[in-house]
Design a protein around this ligand. Structure first.
Ligand code: C2O
Ligand code: CU
Ligand code: CU
Length: 521
């Protein structure tokens, strides 16, 4: 029997038309450390407006627009879609217990900057090409203000969300969450920081003001004309790719910036805002990083880290001490690649408060308090048409009925059974959680028998993960267990892989928090 070539894919087309390869920037040819590190501008409220429950609340308007932004002195300006005049967008500063209103406006053009794949769920050809909906990652909000992926709206429209900020100080971030094009909207620039502050944290007198610097890290592919490039598959009718990888790293939207610092302690608040890149951060010249916080705020105590692993969407709060390093030039790197330079000024040390030995107490969630354990697979779905691989959560697609329905104020354990070869950063909306452990198992045996046979002992989370998290690295070939108390509000939220290419292609599921029992007294 004769096998017909070109049977892969829909429509039995012949050889795929190859798109001409774009000319990409070679970062090694650019002068490093010629641009100062910018810090995203702070959003200012436009006044107050009545909130749903709290009377008058500060009102912000954040409009996504097409902007032009210089990422490097010698690279032509890049078109971005941003909530501000540069990329990343403006930073929102909030205080615990003080709610705010944000009107998220879509003032984008009607054609997308990047190639939309209409085969993906939610991005079908009958949907408008440019749509947006914004989620504040890590925020405890009502479901109607959470940026549900299907609640998108088109250019010219906006929605106003209320953020109660009834949560501990932490570095949150906002980003687009639109069904089927989220990876493209975020890549185009639709993200920024959302800082929650509180008295407890302020009482620690950590470095603040000019000594507290946010670092938004992300990779991008840039063409020689300075424009963003998002690669496509070999099949023009199905351009989705399984994972994006850039040719440059940006720090606060700048390629290889430098920052001048004084010989003292600084607090750096780091976000991995990449679609799919995992950072392994280190500093040159033996400068120790002391991590004081993770996704959902401060750790119990500072943790020295030599190499800081940050998956997409994870955050780290880091103290770097430049004391005694006057005149030195140090680097922040990921693996062997430089990200930015610190230039320590020739200054005498002005007495600098030392770092507290303990930061806060973090009550441990106890396994015995969990009302149930859910076994949830992370798996590759082998497509008969040999299409690029789709990843699924618990074997289900987005549109299948909701299967995870925790009850408000109860505690559950979610066992993330990763049968794939990839680390998937798994994020749950609404809640914060703790990591219990990771334990290797026999994947082949599991795929055949659906029974877990462990091949090693349970490994406790790293010291710098032993705080409140909202995103966890689920290791390949391991069961990663997290323990979650479903506090907040009843209603529909989502959980997903934060590799945005996976998320856009079915590695996201709705879940629903059911109202707790209402006891009449
Ligand atoms: Cu960072 Cu569902 O998001
Ligand atoms: Cu989130
Ligand atoms: Cu994934």
């Amino acid at each position: 029997m004769l096998l017909t070539l070109g049977m892969h894919g829909r429509g039995g087309h012949q050889m795929p038309k190859m798109r001409p390869a774009p000319r990409l920037i070679d970062p090694d040819t650019l002068a490093p450390f010629v641009d100062p590190l910018p810090v995203p501008a702070r959003a200012k409220p436009l006044g107050t407006r009545p909130g749903a429950s709290h009377g008058a609340l500060p009102y912000y308007r954040m409009a996504a627009r097409e902007i032009s932004h210089k990422i490097h002195r010698d690279v032509p300006a890049t078109r971005f879609w941003s909530f501000g005049d540069s990329f990343p967008g403006m930073t929102i500063e909030a205080r615990k217990g003080e709610g705010i209103l944000v009107e998220w406006a879509n003032e984008l053009p009607t054609r997308h900057l990047l190639p939309v794949d209409h085969n993906l769920m939610g991005a079908e050809a009958d949907k408008p090409e440019v749509r947006t909906v914004v989620h504040v990652h890590g925020a405890k909000t009502r479901p109607e203000a959470d940026g549900y992926p299907e609640d998108w709206y088109v250019p010219g429209r906006s929605v106003t969300y209320e953020y109660p900020n009834e949560q501990d100080a932490a570095l949150l971030w906002y980003h687009d969450h639109t069904m089927g094009i989220n990876r493209l909207n975020v890549m185009a620039g639709m993200m920024g920081l959302y800082v929650v502050r509180d008295r407890e944290e302020e009482a620690l007198r950590l470095p603040s003001g000019e000594f507290e610097i946010p670092l938004v890290l992300c990779d991008r592919l840039l063409r020689t004309d300075g424009q963003l490039y998002y690669p496509v598959s070999q099949r023009p009718e199905a351009p989705w790719i399984p994972e994006f990888a850039g040719n440059v790293h940006l720090v606060n939207g700048t390629l290889l910036p430098y920052v001048e610092v004084s010989p003292r302690q600084y607090r750096f608040r780091i976000l991995n805002g990449s679609n799919a890149f995992f950072y392994f951060l280190s500093t040159s010249s033996g400068l120790t990083m002391r991590q004081i916080g993770t996704d959902q705020g401060l750790l119990a105590a500072p943790v020295p880290v030599r190499i800081l692993n940050l998956a997409p969407a994870e955050r780290a709060d880091i103290i770097l001490d430049f004391t005694g390093r006057s005149g030195e030039q140090l680097l922040l790197q990921t693996g062997p690649t430089s990200l930015m330079q610190f230039r320590v000024r020739q200054e005498k040390l002005v007495a600098d408060a030392s770092l507290p030995a303990t930061l806060r107490s973090i009550p441990k969630l106890l396994e015995k308090d969990a009302v149930r354990t859910r076994e949830l697979t992370l798996e590759e779905f082998d497509n008969v048409l040999a299409e690029p691989v789709t990843h699924l959560l618990a074997g289900k697609r987005w549109h299948e009925p909701i299967s995870e329905t925790p009850v408000l104020d109860t505690t559950e354990i979610w066992s993330l059974i990763n049968t794939t070869d990839d680390v998937h950063p798994i994020h749950l909306h609404l809640v914060r959680f703790q990591i219990l452990d990771r334990r290797p198992f026999d994947v082949t045996e599991y795929l055949i028998s659906k029974r877990i046979r462990y091949t090693g002992g349970a490994v406790a989370p790293d010291a710098n993960e032993a705080g409140w998290k909202d995103t966890v690295r689920a290791s390949p070939g391991a069961v990663t267990r997290i323990i979650i108390k479903f506090e907040g509000y009843p209603g529909r939220y989502v959980w997903h892989c934060h590799i945005l290419e996976h998320e856009d292609n079915e590695m996201m599921r709705p879940y629903e928090v059911l109202p707790g029992e209402h006891r009449l007294s």
